[in-house]
Design a protein around this ligand. Sequence first.
Ligand code: ADP
Length: 424
Amino acid sequence: MNLYLGIDFGTTGARSTVIDSQGTIHCETEYTFANNGQQQPELPSVWQNALWDSIEQIPPAIRNQVRAIAIDGTSSTVMLCNTDGIPVCEPILYNDARGAAVTERLRAIAPDNHTVLSATSSLAKLLWLQEGGHGGTAPTVFLHQADWLAFLLHGKLGISDYHNALKLGFDVDTLCYPNWLTQGIAGAATPELPQVVAPGTPVGEVRAQVGDRFGFPRDCMICAGTTDSIAAFLASGVNLPGEAVTSLGSTLAVKLLSHTRVDDSRYGIYSHKLGDLWLVGGASNTGGAVLRHFFTDVELDNYSTQIDPAQESLLDYYPLLKKGDRFPINDPNLPPRLEPRPSDSVEFLHGLLESIAQIEARGYQLLQELGATPLTKVYTAGGGAKNSVWSAIRKRYLKVPVVTPVHTAAAYGTALLAMRSVTD
Ligand code: ADP
């Protein structure tokens, strides 16, 4: 049988999924990083161990039928390597805002409103590494987490995909690095930028040493990867313009498949290229973290069943844990609005769920006002997806069907990417 392996490197650990060409799951594994991946100097070995362990957990009889492998990583987690692929300094994680120190230079280099204009963008991190001389004087290669992990499997250094490279400034319209970028970073300690290919592009057969160690077929293909959030979108199976995935995890993130590209850094909105279409997304600070602040998951389940979703709550909140949001309202000083708080917990939860639903609907409305394809259907992922009362409330505001996808795991989406890379 032909099988396909997707490996997801998320914020807390690595998960893998093996599927067949029908999309049926044959094996799933899970590996949790020690220290939540925060012990930075040792991160490359943490990731490498996670990669080998994830593969080892897959039974040998399955491994020897794997035809293709792809890896997704957290977006904007980056590193500098020497020309042998050995990291020369600690990687910088996706949420690390040390790039704020190079804001002025970043603004001088990048066009107004560009996606890279953020303290956590890959480009901000590259400039920070460059200014601090962290790469030393020998030649270096700049890579994303997923690029480096795939390199461990195929041995070809310096290859990325245009999902990971978006926040580095790669231009997905012209499929090259723009001049403002290459000229802007030119200088003494400039690392080599990775060559960028489409996510899922076959890059090379598994290294003989890795293939022998784990029993992969000799011609098992290692493919270019993607980011963890796009992998989760791919898992949903959404492929029609107008369809969207809302992730109701700790925060609220929306992604709408669109004929048109929309980018607006004011609201943190940007578009990933997905075949001939665009995946337009935005993320709000509201979401499940606020619910978890007030309720346990058991209380969320119990109280939700006592809510009548057809009944509108008159409580008008903007649920945040601290001030500030970017999407759909761009206001760093936006205060959390959680008053008045009724004594009845069910009523309070109703107000919170309804207010988050309104923020979600406003988010989709904003994407459409800025030119995205009109919304036709919303799939839901994340911890909030299992709350059917909430889905009914959301449907009232979104005015389109709200459904739960069969698959939501990023590793599943990345396995699909691997499968399509060798079967399409
Ligand atoms: P993340 O990976 O972003 O941390 P998850 O996708 O695991 O988040 O979802 C966790 C969130 O889901 C928590 O913040 C929790 O409040 C929320 N959650 C859990 N159960 C429910 C429920 N029944 N209804 C609504 N939200 C829930």
